[in-house]
Every structure is written in structure tokens, then in C-alpha cells.
Design a protein. Structure first.
Length: 248
């Protein structure tokens, strides 16, 4: 198994956990618009600038355009740069709360930063935007910031893999779901209209192809790590995952 494949779940889940944190909710409340989607959209996509909602839809990929437009335009009174800065602080503060006692934070941040810097930004605008944000000066905040940045890298490349495999974004959501919701429930959460098609063996096969393409596309980011460092990164991300979710 490649290191990219070995750490994808940890990156996905830790980064995704931030979206539902008390820090992210506090940021969402600061926009003055109730609900999850408006604050999430304004904060996560703030790095794209004050663009039309279709640009955000293009970058997010797996959400229907009407859901993104409604959420993005509802928070238009919050400038994109303010949204990006607020969400960045929430991300870093989530790391500070969860990882203040994580003794290997500095080493994990060092390895993550090397991967982030080695990655190409081509085709992954959210990753490029998050990578350009000011870095936290403390290890707990920096670790979460870098994990979220790598989450955007894999997510953007996965969208490429999904499309290259002949899947639609909705089909991908129906197959994958999330740790907290089945595929159909996740599709409903995103705002996709029903009825939903059946997930067939052919679609599942295409999904596996998309996963393989994603692993291939992201491999360059990890190529600078030797075998020992790759193993160390996997071990530290497993430990970080345990610390972040162990206090639930």
C-alpha cells in the first residue's frame, strides 16, 4: 500500500472533523446566517475570493449548484477574505484544543509541510488557496491547518478521478456516503434532488477506479519522503487521529 493510500482516511476524517467543531460553528454564527452550509461554504471557499457561486461549485465538485449558490449568496455580506481568515483561525484553534498535549506535533507538522510544499496546485484551486494562507506558528494549530490543506488536495484530485472514471458527482456521493451518513442521506444533506438511482456493481467498479486514479495523482506529493519517513508519517497521523477523536 502506498503512503498516500495509507494516510487518506486519517486526513479525510481529521479535516472533516474540523468542519463540525465548535470552532467552525462559532465562525458560522459570526456570519449571521443560521445553518451549517452557509458558514461552511463561505469559510472553506473564502480562499477563492469574491467570485460567482458557480466558481465555488466547480471547486467543491460534489454539491449541487443550487445548494452552493444559496449558501454562498446568503453570506455575501462577509467578504471572502474575512471568511477565509475566520475559518483558518477556527481550524487552527480546533488543532490547539485537540492537540495541545500531542508531543509529536512538531515532527508531524514538519513531515506534513514537506508533503504540502511538494504538491502541484494544478487542477486543485482549493488546495492552492489553503496552501497560500499564513501558517500557524505553533505545532497544534499548524498540524490541523496542514491536514486540512492536504484534505483539499486529495478532494480536488479525487474529483478529477471521479470524472475520469465516468462517474457523476452525485453518483460518487451515493456510493461513498460519509462516516456519519449513508450515500443517500449524504446526497440529501448536500441538497441533491430525489429520486436517486441504484448503486450498481458497475458504478462501484468505477468508484474503485476513481480511488486508484486519485492515489496515482497524489503520489507525487509524497515522493520526497523515504520509506522510513513515510512509515513515520503514517504512524504519527494514526496517533494524531486517536488524540483528536479519543476524547469524544
Amino acid at each position: 500500500m502506498s503512503v498516500a493510500s495509507a494516510v487518506k482516511d486519517q486526513i479525510q476524517q481529521i479535516g472533516g472533523g474540523f468542519f463540525f467543531s465548535r470552532e467552525a460553528r462559532a465562525f458560522a454564527d459570526s456570519t449571521g446566517v443560521p445553518g451549517f452550509m452557509p458558514g461552511y461554504t463561505r469559510g472553506r471557499a473564502g480562499v477563492l475570493g469574491d467570485v460567482d457561486a458557480d466558481v465555488v461549485t466547480a471547486a467543491f465538485g460534489f454539491f449541487p449548484a443550487h445548494s452552493i449558490r444559496q449558501a454562498w449568496e446568503a453570506t455575501a455580506s462577509t467578504p471572502a477574505a474575512v471568511g477565509a481568515a475566520g475559518y483558518l483561525k477556527a481550524c487552527q484553534d480546533f488543532g490547539r484544543r485537540k492537540l495541545s498535549g500531542f508531543e509529536e506535533g512538531e515532527r508531524l507538522a514538519e513531515l506534513l509541510e514537506r508533503v504540502v510544499e511538494a504538491a502541484s496546485p494544478v487542477g486543485v484551486p482549493l488546495f492552492a488557496g489553503w496552501r497560500a494562507l499564513p501558517r500557524a506558528e505553533d505545532a497544534p494549530g499548524l498540524v490541523l491547518q496542514l491536514i486540512q490543506t492536504l484534505r483539499e488536495l486529495r478532494g480536488g484530485l479525487h474529483l478529477v478521478g471521479v470524472l475520469a472514471s465516468g462517474l457523476s458527482p452525485l453518483q460518487a456521493v451515493l456510493i461513498a456516503g460519509s462516516p456519519l451518513a449513508s450515500g443517500p442521506d449524504q446526497a440529501r444533506n448536500y441538497g441533491w434532488p430525489e429520486p436517486f438511482e441504484e448503486v450498481t456493481a458497475d458504478l462501484k467498479g468505477r468508484w474503485m477506479q476513481a480511488e486508484s486514479i486519485t492515489d496515482e495523482l497524489i503520489a507525487h506529493a509524497f515522493a520526497g519522503l523515504d520509506d522510513k519517513e513515510a512509515e513515520e508519517l503514517t504512524t504519527l497521523l494514526n496517533a494524531c487521529h486517536g488524540v483528536v477523536f479519543g476524547g469524544r
